[in-house]
Design a protein around this ligand. Structure first.
Ligand code: ZN
Length: 399
């Protein structure tokens, strides 16, 4: 394995590699220009698109016979044959419950709602599926320190998995990170660095990645690409679980709280893989929920590389940028986007809790999003819908 293609990898040492890439992994492809790249680290996405001024992520390609379910396993290791590493750093992530919510469906006048409870992952969010593989990649190429920019969930997750793997960890955040997350991150032995604002975090990560060879789990360029591409592949397992639980007819629409779209892209990639391998007929429509118009502006004609300012209490899906992968996932799945303001999310957070689902505000916005999508006629009352509950409400503070 060489790491010749991109910045940040040059000073990694390879002598301590402890993991081996999956032999089913056959290549890497740019989402945008479709160029096939060698198997390496692309921390700033496709180098050709970056040079052109259009940052875009890359994705892993797998052989056609990669789909083999480890039927004795529960969680992400069940799908190890179609992940970048078959043997990876794990804390038992994945295998989260999919719960039918008939009273909720009756309450808003739709057929069937299911809640995918990602808050039941080891550190309480879907980010664990990504951290498991990103940290494994860092170990494999001999990095000694991982670094990530985070407002909360990703930081807590990366820190826990780095601790598990015996790696140093630095999480770059802002003054706004609440004390519950701070304590969880610090408890692992990770170091917290405070940047002035969200975009300044990326400058710090870039410096450490390019000058010191620290392994960046999250994006550091502006306009951004997705998080570490080996890590994002772990999010595909959400699609694999939904497929196994709902069968080939599956679901019609999935509603996903979205900022820079690692999650919605990962879910799309998982379903695309299943379709390409003849396991399902069609990819469900994916709908992004965002707290103010970003993706929405892009779908109306704005450049995805723009800056889209807005304020929100939906911390986990805040931020002023859009990624290419967000637009690609929505277009290819024939879904769309819905903007949900804080008041609507707060109201639905309470309603969800009254049905037993205590979600973070950003997750509760998915129910508000569903209401609007039903009103708009984008989703029909007889369709089967899944809400991705990215994290529970227990980490939230002072609302
Ligand atoms: Zn490209």
């Amino acid at each position: 394995m060489t790491n010749s293609t991109n910045v940040g990898a040059k000073s990694h040492k390879s002598a301590k590699a402890r993991h081996k890439l999956n032999s089913n992994l056959i290549g890497i492809e740019c989402l945008r220009c479709k160029t096939k790249h060698e198997l390496a680290d692309y921390f700033t996405g496709c180098p050709l698109c970056l040079a052109e001024g259009y940052p875009a992520s890359v994705r892993q390609l797998y052989s056609a016979d990669a789909w083999q379910v480890n039927s004795g396993h529960k969680g992400m290791t069940r799908y190890a044959s179609c992940l970048p590493y078959t043997n990876f750093t794990t804390l038992g992530e994945g295998g989260t419950p999919l719960i039918a919510a008939p009273a909720l469906a009756d309450g808003i006048g739709t057929g069937a709602i299911f809640v995918k409870c990602e808050g039941q992952n080891p550190t309480g969010s879907h980010k664990d599926r990504m951290s498991a593989l990103a940290v494994t990649r860092a170990s494999d190429i001999g990095a000694e320190t991982v670094i990530g920019a985070s407002s909360g969930n990703a930081g807590a997750s990366i820190a826990a998995y780095a601790a598990r793997a015996g790696l140093q960890c630095v999480i770059v955040t802002t003054h706004d990170m609440n004390p519950i997350w701070r304590r969880a991150i610090a408890a692992t032995g990770a170091r917290l660095v405070e940047a002035k604002n969200s975009l300044d975090r990326w400058e710090y990560v870039e410096k450490r990645a390019t000058e010191d060879g620290w392994f960046p789990v999250t994006n550091y360029i502006n306009s951004p690409v997705g998080s570490n591409h080996f890590g994002v592949d772990g999010l595909r397992t959400i699609a694999f679980e939904l497929f196994e639980e709902t069968g080939a007819q599956g679901v019609d629409a999935i509603i996903v709280p979205t900022s820079r779209a690692d999650l919605i892209w990962g879910v799309f990639e998982g379903f695309r893989f299943l379709k390409e391998n003849g396991l399902i007929q069609r990819v469900p429509r994916l709908y992004a929920v965002e707290p103010f118009s970003r993706i929405d502006s892009v779908l109306r004609g704005s450049d995805y590389r723009g800056n889209f300012e807005g304020h929100t209490r939906q911390i986990s899906i805040a931020g002023s940028t859009v990624t290419y992968q967000a637009i690609d996932a929505l277009k290819q799945s024939q879904g769309g986007v819905v903007v949900v303001n804080d008041d609507a999310a707060v109201s639905d957070q309470r309603i969800l809790a009254q049905n037993g689902f205590y979600m973070e505000l950003s997750s509760a916005a998915s129910l508000s999003g569903l209401r609007r999508l039903l009103d708009r006629g984008d989703i029909h009352a007889d369709e089967r819908v899944i809400l991705i509950a990215t994290s529970s409400g227990y980490k939230e503070f002072d609302f």
